[in-house]
Design a protein around this ligand. Structure first.
Ligand SMILES: [Zn+2]
Ligand SMILES: [Zn+2]
Length: 139
């Protein structure tokens, strides 16, 4: 196992540490990622939650997913930084926002999701695997 992925919010009151490597990393152009980020896409990395350590208080808001799950968005109530996503039906998965990492250069995007929803001024990276919507979640 490699070096843990550590990160947190901009003001430092929320911190996380994940011991494993991400199993999926995507730029997501869905409406929610656009709204939450305030720009054309979100940059997410999905991990298995085993060994996850979390410190500090987050606020959350929920959205239903197209697959019938509920996605919970966690952010810092003090500084507003978006931090991570969890899924009600898949509690073993922990998805972080790339720039919340202490070293965001460790984020290596593999795919573009919801490419069909990309805005004209934020074109999906043609070097990445393209999904028009969201690929099926791993078990
Ligand atoms: Zn904060
Ligand atoms: Zn999205």
């Amino acid at each position: 196992m490699g070096v843990a992925y550590k990160g947190g919010c901009s003001c430092g009151s929320v911190r996380y540490e994940i011991p494993s490597e991400p199993f999926f990393a995507n730029h997501c152009h869905c409406d929610t990622c656009q709204g939450r980020s305030g720009t054309g896409h979100g940059s997410n990395a999905a991990f298995m939650a085993d060994g996850l350590q979390l410190e500090g208080r987050t606020s959350t808001w929920d959205v239903p997913t197209e697959s019938g799950d509920t996605k919970s968005h966690a952010f810092c109530g003090a500084c507003g930084s978006p931090l991570y996503l969890t899924l009600a039906n898949q509690p073993g998965i922990f998805i972080i926002h790339a720039a919340s990492l202490d070293d965001p250069e460790r984020y290596v995007p593999q795919a573009v999701t919801y490419a069909a929803n990309a805005l004209s001024w934020d074109k999906p990276d043609p070097a990445l695997t393209r999904f028009e919507k969201m690929p099926p979640a791993p078990e």
